[in-house]
Design a protein around this ligand. Structure first.
Ligand SMILES: NC(=O)c1ccc[n+]([C@@H]2O[C@H](COP(=O)([O-])OP(=O)(O)OC[C@H]3O[C@@H](n4cnc5c(N)ncnc54)[C@H](O)[C@@H]3O)[C@@H](O)[C@H]2O)c1
Ligand SMILES: [Zn+2]
Ligand SMILES: [Zn+2]
Length: 349
């Protein structure tokens, strides 16, 4: 099969012929129809993710059909159109049994703990616990974009942020995750202030429902600017970039008893970034992390899409062939093209 492979961290990812995967007893192999290009793939390629051991195939936002089924898989058969959350739980540990596979200690992550979906075929382990059947009306390209960024944003806003109608919400960083968060928070009735350093990203944020925008590059004091725009501070604020600065801004711009959700990754030296803990105590702020989403929450996402309240396809700005996926990853060194890029391999999920 054809796949995008890199041999060492930072080496140019190349389109190559490699042996196709076979399913382990609890897994399946998917024929990939579409796969999203996410900044977490870039983090992996740069060597920021200790799970990866090159040579490696990136890709974790996938839509496809089941091509082969492992001997212990009961719920799935060949030909079914599916997607999968990028963090898959083992299905048997205490976290999985409690309904929280997104923090499973034995988690399977395509494109991180195993070869990913920048390929014609990808193996997905723990299939019974994690595969999600796609509704017929959802096309493969849109479905692929849900797997990580949109689904992550849904959990961040709805399940971890508990955003409610009438809340003021600040979103720091309007890439794929942030724009999804803007769209979902607006859909549940919040007023969203979008923060970014790119005017293109901010105009997209307005298109998908932001009430107001702040360009952090021209704003010396983002905290005060958000407070002004939100009449005293955000009820909920999300760092959807993952940087010491945006994490700090996100906590600082909250009103009393507000809630910060950390979505963007802070890795390596940034993992111990300082936050204003004096404010956390005095104002009873809440700080929460969020990591992927459970397979069982996809039905809520599909309901939101079916009700026409959100349309994730409006975030997709580029559809590229598999042969261009390596270049798209390398481009992220210097560029943050607005919206979401999806690799289309053909076929319909
Ligand atoms: N927690 C999870 O489960 C999870 C899931 C998916 C992705 N992620 C992570 O979320 C992060 C965002 O991913 P993405 O694909 O949306 O990234 P992206 O690169 O597409 O978007 C980042 C955005 O932040 C903006 N930005 C840069 N500097 C800024 C600043 N100082 N203030 C405000 N905005 C600024 C950029 O212009 C860009 O629009 C990454 O760290 C990714 O790895 C986490
Ligand atoms: Zn588990
Ligand atoms: Zn991702």
């Amino acid at each position: 099969m054809q796949a995008i492979v890199y041999d060492t961290f930072g080496a140019p990812p190349e389109l190559r012929s490699v042996p196709p995967p076979t399913p382990p007893p609890n897994g399946v192999v998917l024929a990939v129809h579409a796969t999203g290009v996410c900044r977490s793939d870039w983090h992996g390629w740069k060597g920021h993710d200790p799970m990866i051991d090159p040579p490696h195939v990136p890709g974790h936002e996938v839509a496809g059909t089941i091509a082969d089924v492992g001997s212990n898989v009961n719920r799935w058969s060949e030909g079914e159109p599916v997607t999968v959350p990028f963090v898959g739980g083992c299905g048997t540990c205490a976290q999985c049994r409690a309904g929280d596979p997104q923090v499973c200690p034995n988690q399977f992550q395509p494109g991180f703990s195993a070869w990913g979906s920048f390929a014609e075929y990808v193996m997905i382990d723990y299939a019974d616990a994690n595969l999600v059947r796609l509704p017929e009306e959802l096309d493969a390209v849109t479905a692929a974009s849900l797997g990580c960024r949109f689904a992550t944003a849904f959990r961040a806003v709805v399940d971890q942020g508990h955003v409610r109608a009438g809340d003021w919400v600040a979103v720091h960083g309007c890439g794929g995750v942030g724009l999804s968060a803007v769209m979902i928070a607006s859909a549940v009735g919040a007023q969203v202030v979008a923060v970014d350093i790119s005017d293109d990203a901010l105009s997209l944020a307005l298109e998908v429902g932001a009430a107001d925008t702040i360009n952090a590059q021209n704003t010396p004091d983002v905290e005060t600017a958000v407070r002004d725009h939100t009449r005293g501070g955000a009820h909920v604020s999300l760092d959807t970039l993952g940087s010491p600065e945006t994490a700090h801004n996100s906590v600082s711009c909250l009103r009393k008893r507000g809630r910060h959700v950390q979505v963007g990754l802070l890795l390596g030296d940034e993992a111990n970034s300082p936050l204003p803990m004096d404010r956390v105590v005095a104002d009873e702020l809440e700080i929460r992390g969020t990591h992927g989403i459970q397979a069982h929450r996809y039905s809520a996402i599909f309901d939101l899409i079916a009700s026409n309240t959100v349309d994730p396809s409006t975030l997709i700005r580029r559809t590229i062939p598999l042969s261009d996926a390596g270049a798209a990853l390398m481009q992220m060194d210097t560029d943050r093209p607005p919206g979401v890029t999806v690799v289309a391999l053909g076929g319909s999920a």
